[in-house]
Design a protein around this ligand. Sequence first.
Ligand code: AMP
Length: 244
Amino acid sequence: MSEAVQKHESGLKQEGLQPGPILLLGAPGAGKGTQAQLLMAELGIPQISTGDILRANILHQTELGKAAKTLIDLGQLVPDDLVNGMVATRLAENDVQSGYILDGFPRTLGQAHWLDQYLERHRSGAPLVALNVYVPQDELLRRITGRRSCPLCRRIYNVYSKPPVRTGLCDLDDAVLVQRSDDTEQAFHERIKAYDASTAPVICHYEGLGRYRAIQGTGAVEEVQGRILQALRDLREQRNSTSA
Ligand code: AMP
């Protein structure tokens, strides 16, 4: 576990919440990455973003990165077997014992079924919970096209709603902020199409399992985080009363 994660253990962690696997679902631009980073600090468990892992592979020009780059730039999904393999490798690391936040996975029913089977084979403490962060489409577009991030500390900014103090530079480490190659309006429309076709059914899958909450993703980042933490408390109480 990184020092940053350990340092921030607080709140729900101190209340004794066993986080277990937490899925953050939601359309591109719903704020999953931002919320996952806050949750990671709150709960002391790692964020696992399949998008980030793919981008790291592209940066290092691995075979996986080469296979994924064109699809990502077009706003299309990377095939299930590649992404499932990547997640299996990440979940084999030893910082996931008390839980982890899956950000951007599963995105297809095939991935959801693969994860069900994986968790069946690797049973640990708390059961999986799924949180769907919902934001209207016009707001999603503004968030995507305005999004910039720091390549060093990964802090996320938005030129419209959360600009850095100095234009184009990270407030924390002065690095030049970057825009993702798929954060264009054209790729956004493709990503929404992929989301409606492939990811919306995943939400129905988790709704059916019962350990699911829809979270309103509009408003201040802190407000959304408050709703997420409340949903996790509710789900834990539901779990406790079921097991009592
Ligand atoms: P994200 O950073 O989560 O918005 O992901 C960026 C892009 O990476 C997506 O538009 C997809 O092309 C690809 N990607 C990320 N996660 C997955 C996944 N679980 N399944 C398929 N493709 C993915």
